[in-house]
Design a protein around this ligand. Structure first.
Ligand SMILES: Cc1cc2nc3c(=O)[nH]c(=O)nc-3n(C[C@H](O)[C@H](O)[C@H](O)COP(=O)(O)O)c2cc1C
Length: 119
């Protein structure tokens, strides 16, 4: 049987989030038993909604998620049935004012009726 696939999607302007997402992907791979794919939000397509679990991660900008992640959520809306019921992890990177950003991601992800979401 194929290993469950975790898709880690991130947006990063100056590279901090990218480094953190790479480290989390490496950690998840080293735990074994799962296949881990890491993609920038702007390179992620509705066909990627076939993964078994997701992590969405954005840097904070003006207390909101990056535009490319917001745009992806709009693209995912047409395949929202594929995300329903699946586990989702949410992350944000910031300099102390990131809770509104996390709330913005949580609000959009809530549209997809995830099975569980953690942050
Ligand atoms: C234009 C701009 C707006 C920002 N707005 C926020 C913010 O609202 N809250 C916060 O915590 N950090 C904010 N930051 C800080 C970044 O989120 C932080 O530097 C983060 O590490 C950048 O991640 P990245 O390197 O992946 O782009 C802002 C940075 C910039 C340049």
């Amino acid at each position: 049987m194929a290993e469950p696939k975790i898709l880690i999607v991130y947006a990063s302007r100056t590279g901090n989030t990218e480094k953190l997402a790479q480290a989390v992907a490496e950690g998840a791979r080293s735990a074994g038993g799962v296949s881990v794919e890491l993609k920038r939000a702007r390179d992620t397509k509705p066909s990627d909604a076939d993964a078994d679990a997701f992590a969405f991660w954005s840097h904070s900008a003006f207390e909101y998620m990056a535009g490319e992640l917001k745009s992806l959520f709009e693209d995912f809306y047409i395949v929202r049935d594929k995300l329903a019921g699946k586990p989702v992890l949410l992350f944000t990177t910031g300099q102390g004012g990131q809770s509104s950003t996390l709330a913005s991601i949580d609000r959009d992800v809530g549209v997809f009726n995830p099975g569980q979401d953690w942050y």
